[in-house]
Design a protein around this ligand. Structure first.
Ligand code: C5P
Length: 240
């Protein structure tokens, strides 16, 4: 992907946060023509398991968003259990620390040496965390500063990129390098509700600010016409 020009479709990752495989596959059939990747999160993976991911991969590449966060050995073994699916992206929490990140990147590196394509991202700070909750967790300062620190840590320990708020994407690119991927959830087309997301940005601004990929869930999957909502986002990205 590096060096290649990404189309608006390549940049759009649709989060299939739906309770059952049947609903998710029906939604995937509708939105796959507009999306470069489909995201399977904990809700769906816990309900449907690996065979569902294989089914989905017949429609589009999959980002397996399981956000592993455990002791290094457990995180590595969990990754080794899903890597045979060869998803386009997997992720861990950077807050698991250097040894966990290192163990995860070694697993992904080995997978690629054997011909796999999977890239590893690290979650910096959840985009649902606003300033108040951040302070309640005992952190001083701004979540963005922490996100930048964690991105540097992830880069030093072999991750291909991070999951971050679009508000941090530009700065992370400056510090970690343009090659370092930034996948940004918390995307809300202008005029749509933030719901439980705190640090939101609209699709075109997010890409201008350095998002490699934007993740959009409910504004598409909860829309009365998901195809129309997805297409409108692609049109918006074309103007970016
Ligand atoms: O529906 P919405 O567009 O808010 O969906 C965003 C998706 O991105 C959800 O699946 C959520 O789990 C995921 N995500 C996030 N913030 C992160 C990492 C992942 O919102 N930091």
């Amino acid at each position: 992907m590096e060096g290649t020009i990404m189309t608006p479709k390549d940049r759009l990752v649709v989060a299939l946060d739906l309770p059952t495989g049947a609903e998710a596959l029906a939604m995937a059939d509708r939105v796959a023509p507009f999306a470069g990747m489909l995201k399977v999160g904990l809700e769906l993976f816990c309900a449907e398991g690996p065979s569902f991911v294989q089914e989905l991969q017949k429609r589009a590449p999959v980002f397996l968003d399981l956000k592993f966060h455990d002791i290094p050995t457990t995180a590595r073994k969990a990754l080794e259990a899903v890597l045979p699916l060869d998803p386009a992206l997997v992720n861990i929490h950077a807050q698991g620390g250097p040894a966990m990140i290192e163990a995860a990147s070694q697993a992904v590196r080995r997978h690629r040496e054997q011909g796999g394509r999977t890239e590893l991202l690290a979650v910096t700070v959840l985009t649902s965390l606003g300033r108040e909750e951040w302070a309640r967790l005992g952190h001083a300062g701004d979540p963005s500063e922490k996100a930048l620190d964690l991105a540097e840590l992830a880069e030093e320990h072999g991750c291909d990129g991070v999951v971050c708020s679009a508000w941090e994407a530009r700065r992370i690119g400056e510090v970690c390098g343009a090659h370092f991927r930034r996948l940004c959830p918390g995307i809300r087309p202008k005029g749509s509700a933030a719901q439980d997301q705190a640090r939101v940005m609209d699709p075109a601004t997010a890409v201008k600010e350095g998002a490699t990929w934007i993740v959009v869930g409910r504004p598409i999957t909860g829309a009365p016409d998901p195809e129309k909502a997805a297409e409108a986002i692609l049109r918006e990205l074309e103007q970016a």
